[in-house]
Ligand binder design. Structure first.
Ligand SMILES: C[S@@+](CC[C@H](N)C(=O)[O-])C[C@H]1O[C@@H](n2cnc3c(N)ncnc32)[C@H](O)[C@@H]1O
Length: 211
């Protein structure tokens, strides 16, 4: 099975902390205060839910639909927000998830970089369809910005080699997200970079026709 995070769920947070320090959490946190309050949020591939308690307290969402493939990742996330009726945990492949509403906010953190380009294209199409007209997509991921030092290239190769070994991840190099965003008429309104420019956090919106 590809992208199988069950084997490493129990050490995922420790591993991330060891390799990236606080950079991944900072990238997830940086725009939480920009989200509208009382929003309907779709959180895709949220993993162990490390950022969930902060999301709940900062953004005060109406609901969070938390769609995550790995049962082990979900069970850790559930323990992080006991008695939180606002979060609905949905153990599902996002490809099979059929939203019954449009969301004010969609969140993907370190999710899309797992997939091959054509799948990324389909997943972004689905994210776009799930977003309301004025909705925000909060995105954080490893990105190819085209100008890396040799040691960053080596780091990316090692990172994908590790994840291919333990989670069967599909990719071996960073995706060209900018091409995908342009193809789906998604426009960046906020951006911050982390981890020597290898990670970008963004708020994306649908481009308005005629704007
Ligand atoms: C690299 S982890 C990131 C977890 C979390 N967002 C974070 O930043 O700590 C990717 C997560 O996406 C989940 N995932 C992979 N494929 C998925 C799919 N098709 N649908 C839903 N979740 C998926 C994995 O189980 C894993 O928890």
């Amino acid at each position: 099975m590809t992208n199988n995070y069950n084997h490493i769920a129990f050490i995922y947070d420790a591993l991330v902390r060891l390799v990236f320090g606080h950079q991944l959490v900072k990238a997830q946190r940086c725009f939480l205060s920009e989200l509208p309050q009382n929003a309907n949020i779709l959180f895709v591939g949220g993993g162990t839910g490390k950022i969930l308690p902060e999301l709940l307290s900062i953004a005060q969402p109406h609901i969070v639909d938390y769609v995550e493939l790995s049962p082990k990742m979900i069970s850790i996330a559930k323990k992080r927000c006991l008695h939180q009726e606002r979060v609905q945990f949905i153990q599902k492949d996002f490809n099979d998830f059929v939203p019954n509403k449009k969301y004010d906010v969609v969140i993907t953190f370190f999710f899309l970089d797992l997939f091959e380009e054509e799948k990324i294209n389909r997943l972004i199409q689905k994210i776009n369809m799930s977003l309301s007209t004025d909705g925000l997509w909060l995105f954080a991921d490893f990105v190819d910005r085209g100008h890396y030092q040799w040691y960053q290239k080596v780091f990316v190769k090692l990172m994908y080699a590790f994840f291919r070994l333990f989670t069967n991840v599909e990719r071996h190099k960073l995706p060209h997200f900018l091409n995908h965003f342009a193809k789906h008429s998604l426009h960046t309104i906020k951006v911050k970079h982390f981890f020597h420019g290898l990670i970008s956090s963004k708020i994306l919106v649908k481009e308005k026709r005629g704007a």
